[in-house]
Structures are given as structure tokens and as C-alpha cells.
Design a protein around this ligand. Structure first.
Ligand SMILES: Nc1nc2c(ncn2[C@@H]2O[C@H](COP(=O)(O)OP(=O)(O)OP(=O)(O)O)[C@@H](O)[C@H]2O)c(=O)[nH]1
Ligand SMILES: [Mg+2]
Length: 329
């Protein structure tokens, strides 16, 4: 029997996936259980949620009572999306972050240079996106916190050294480490339909040093090894145009739109747009602006390409990129 989950439930599930502590997970699971449609088709899912809630509650109590000894590296989200770079040693992860942001991670010609995750902001037109550089993963080692970081991300960049014969095996080992931890590099983001503890994370394979004459053969070999279905981007990081096109592709993959706001009677704020998922509604925007506004909201006026200037709309109205919105409470 199909589960027929509502958009509200999908939203709560998305928040759960992004939760960075047991306490946050408890809150999200409680909400998911409260709003999940109660019928035969969701029995299994409801039982699974109750089990996870019990575990998260136990974990939350121990998180609060004991000073955590191992470093957990929670990275607060910033900007229009959170993008995590992962890959084998020397693949070019830090170099990507170095080229696309203002940060200066350690970029070296020897492997294992990066020891800790490093968040940095990438600018794209008038918005920013968070990139996180991470230490390398090998067939025998993965830092424990990396799984959580990737599971909560909006997009993963799986970095592949197009100039190295080891790249297919190295990258296959990275994928295996994560899949053993129920985290799959995929062409979409969300829970697996057959196993609710497995998460798919939308991924781009970023092949660096792609000007190498054998890069294509190596990429094809990885695809053969893993049967992966995600998109591949070829970059040569010495070339600024190549870096700019990677920046654009990362933004497009996040699939967000920009919305400008204006207070009634005031001038519009074109400096700092809000970013919301494509197909987000006026209500989603109101929630983003101020939690309370979503309840006191009466109507909105919108200016943009898909509406008449100043048109009045309700909370269900679907927004478009670069709309200007005036929210009335
Ligand atoms: N010419 C060229 N060099 C690259 C490219 N990508 C990476 N490199 C070089 O490859 C070397 C390794 O890059 P890093 O970014 O340090 O690799 P990493 O994946 O961060 O390595 P770890 O920190 O060990 O995991 C550096 O010398 C980079 O400059 C590229 O597209 N073109
Ligand atoms: Mg590095």
C-alpha cells in the first residue's frame, strides 16, 4: 500500500535529515510522527520512526550529561546551501575550495594535507553558498563525523583526480566507505524508499586535471566499477573560466531561487535576497523571514516576470526567481 506522504511530512523529513544533534532529531521525529498520515500504508514507517525517536531520546540524554570527548564538527549552515567536498587523498578538494571561495585551505602536491573540515563561502552573483573542505577518505580510513556531514548536505562534490591512474579505485573506495554507512552518492537527495535508514545525497563527480589526455578513460572506468548515475563535471583548476563554470553548476544543482523582500511602505531590499527551494510558496518565504509571520500572514503583493506588478496573492502562491515580495501581516 502506498504511503502517500504529504508535502508537510516531506518537509519535516528534510529537516530531520539536516538535524545536527540528537536533540534536534528528537524534535523533528516528534513532528514527523504527529503529522504522518495514519493508515496501513505507513505502519512500517511509523514503527521505524518510533524506534528512531527512542534512540534519539537516549542519545540526547547522554549528549547532555557527558562532555563529548570526540570532536563532532557540527558546521552551522550558512548561505543558500551546504556543499560538502569528499574524495581520496590528493584529489584536489582543497584546491577547489581555494579557487571558488576567499578561504585559503592548505593545497599541497602531497596527500593527507587536510586534517579538519573547513567551511568557506562561495559567492555566486548576489548570493553565497557554503562549501566544506574535508580530510581524505581511503579504503581503510574515514573520519567518523564525515558521514553525518555528507548526510546533512544539500550537495556532495565527489572529487576525482583525472590525472591519476589510482583515481577510479580511490574513488570507488570512498563510495564504499560511505555506502557501508548507509550513505549513497546519488542523483537525488532523500531517504531510500526501501530502507529508511539509508540516505541518498545528490552528487556531482568533479574530475580535476581533466585536461589530462587519459582523464576520460579513467572517468569511464569509475562508472564501470560503480555503476554510478550522477553527473560528471570536468575541470582544469588552472583555468579561471573552468572555475567559474564549476561555480555556476554548483549553484544550479542546489535548485534554489532568489526572492527579494520589501516591507509595506518601504523601499525594496535588493541587497540581500532570501533563497528558497524552487517551487517554494509565499508561506515558505514568510517562515524564512520570521516564524511568527507565517501565522499572522494575510496576503502578499508580488512584482516579477510571472505576475502582474503588485499582484495580490495568498500563502499558497508559488514563487519565481527574482520575485519581489511584500508580506502583509
Ligand atoms: N593543474 C592542476 N592541478 C590541480 C588540479 N586540481 C588539483 N591540483 C593539484 O593537485 C594537488 C593536490 O590538491 P589538493 O587540493 O591539496 O588535494 P586534496 O584533495 O585536498 O588532498 P588531501 O588534503 O590530501 O585530501 C595540488 O598540488 C593541486 O594544486 C587541477 O585541476 N589542475
Ligand atoms: Mg586537502
Amino acid at each position: 500500500m502506498p504511503a502517500n506522504l504529504t508535502p508537510q511530512y516531506q518537509k519535516a523529513e528534510n529537516a530531520y535529515r539536516r538535524a545536527q544533534s540528537a536533540e534536534e532529531r528528537v524534535e523533528c521525529l516528534e513532528e514527523m510522527l504527529a503529522i504522518i498520515p495514519k493508515h496501513k500504508g505507513t505502519d512500517k514507517l511509523q514503527a521505524d520512526l518510533r524506534k528512531r525517536l527512542k534512540e534519539a531520546r537516549a542519545e540526547s540524554t547522554s549528549e547532555q550529561s557527558s562532555e563529548k570527548k570526540s570532536r563532532s564538527y557540527k558546521v552551522p549552515r550558512q548561505g543558500a546551501g551546504q556543499v560538502v567536498l569528499v574524495g581520496g587523498p590528493n584529489a584536489g578538494k582543497s584546491r577547489v575550495v581555494d579557487e571558488l571561495t576567499n578561504a585559503s585551505p592548505e593545497v599541497t602536491d602531497y596527500p593527507f594535507a587536510t586534517r579538519e573540515p573547513l567551511p568557506a563561502m562561495m559567492s555566486w552573483e548576489d548570493i553565497t553558498v557554503q562549501l566544506i573542505d574535508t580530510p581524505p577518505v581511503t579504503g581503510t580510513h574515514i573520519d567518523a563525523y564525515l558521514t553525518g556531514l555528507v548526510r546533512a548536505a544539500d550537495l556532495a562534490l565527489l572529487v576525482f583526480d583525472g590525472s591519476s591512474d589510482d583515481a577510479p579505485d580511490d574513488t570507488e573506495a570512498v563510495m564504499r566507505q560511505f555506502s557501508e554507512r548507509k550513505t549513497l552518492f546519488s542523483n537525488r537527495t532523500g531517504f531510500d524508499e526501501d530502507d529508511f535508514s539509508t540516505i541518498h545525497v545528490q552528487t556531482l563527480l568533479v574530475a580535476t586535471r581533466a585536461s589530462d589526455p587519459d582523464a576520460e578513460t579513467r572517468i569511464a572506468f569509475l562508472q564501470e566499477l560503480t555503476g554510478s548515475e550522477f553527473e560528471t563535471v570536468r575541470v582544469e583548476l588552472d583555468n579561471p573560466d573552468s572555475c567559474n563554470s564549476l561555480r555556476e553548476i554548483v549553484y544550479r544543482k542546489l535548485d534554489v531561487i532568489r526572492v527579494y523582500t520589501k516591507r509595506p511602505g518601504k523601499t525594496a531590499d535588493f541587497e540581500s535576497p532570501f533563497t528558497v527551494p524552487r517551487n517554494a510558496t509565499v508561506e515558505d518565504l514568510a517562515l524564512r523571514v520570521h516564524r511568527e509571520l507565517a501565522t499572522t500572514f494575510k496576503f502578499a503583493r508580488i512584482w516579477g516576470d510571472t505576475v502582474h506588478d503588485g499582484q495580490s496573492v495568498g500563502r499558497e502562491h508559488v514563487l519565481s526567481d527574482k520575485d519581489l515580495v511584500e508580506l502583509h501581516a
